[in-house]
Ligand binder design. Structure first.
Ligand code: MF3
Ligand code: CO
Length: 250
């Protein structure tokens, strides 16, 4: 069942989204050579708690940290550690915050210092693929209209969309219906978008093939071919007009 949010619930989601987006911005500002991913995790957790919110990911399904930080060929769910960032890394940071009964969820990939032109292009195409999807996020269109727009844009640039992980509804739970895939296929559900739906659109784009594997830590997802991967996500509200970004984009 897809939950439509009331205007009071939307106000609460705006508050959760603001904090989540500010936490992502803070995390992005910390990306530089030498910083450890745990330092970023701790700073983000401190910020979220100072706002009166709770990091959504901590203990979610047993997840052991506050944010996900995935470097280079890591796609998503990288666990913060003593690993230090290096010049040229691309760093995907995924943040969730829970306050007032609702979650915000957003992610972005940041360059660490100067990165290769190919890496920068992957980051930019991934971000833009989200905005191509966003154009379809309107009442009366269907979820696969978003999926198709994301896929068309990223594939036209020569990249692959991860299939094992998808966008999703967001609300009182971090993952609600509907699923929002970044690809289309014939047997897919085709839910109609309605005013009051809140969804996270989150392309995960690989420079090489779409295949991914989960590492021995049980969380970190990497590209199977070792190619770079980027991620970009915002929580959005479907309205009867333009979609509203509940997490201020970066
Ligand atoms: N933020 C992820 C998503 O976009 C979920 C994080 S999984 C967790 O759906 F276990 F780390 F919380
Ligand atoms: Co998400």
């Amino acid at each position: 069942m897809i939950i439509l949010k009331s205007s009071q619930e939307i106000d609460l989601m705006r508050r959760a989204g603001k904090i989540t987006a500010a936490a992502r911005a803070l995390a992005g500002e910390m990306v530089r050579p030498g910083v450890t991913t745990r330092e970023i995790d701790q700073a983000v957790a401190h910020f979220i708690k100072k706002q009166g919110a709770v990091p959504s990911f901590l203990h979610y399904g047993g997840y052991p940290a506050n944010v996900c930080i995935s470097i280079n060929d890591e796609v998503i769910h990288g666990i913060p550690s003593r690993r230090a960032l290096r010049e040229g890394d691309i760093v995907s940071i995924d943040v969730g915050a829970f306050i007032g009964g609702f979650h915000g969820d957003c992610a972005a990939t940041f360059p660490c210092g100067k990165v290769s032109a190919e890496a920068m292009r992957l980051i930019e195409v991934t971000r833009q693929s989200f905005f191509e999807g966003l154009k379809q996020a309107r009442q009366g269109r269907r979820v696969p209209d978003i999926s198709a727009a994301v896929q068309r844009y990223a594939e036209a640039a020569g990249y692959s969309l991860v299939r094992e992980y998808v966008g999703h509804g967001v609300g009182r739970k971090m993952h609600e219906e509907p699923e929002v895939p970044n690809y289309v296929e014939p047997e897919q559900k085709r839910p109609r978008l309605l005013k009051g739906m809140t969804i996270a659109v989150e392309p995960m784009v690989n420079a090489g093939t779409a295949d991914v594997t989960v590492m021995g830590d049980g969380w970190t997802v990497k590209t199977a071919d070792g190619s770079l991967s980027a991620h970009y996500e915002n929580t959005i509200l479907i309205t009867d007009g333009e979609p509203e970004l509940l997490t201020d984009p970066i």
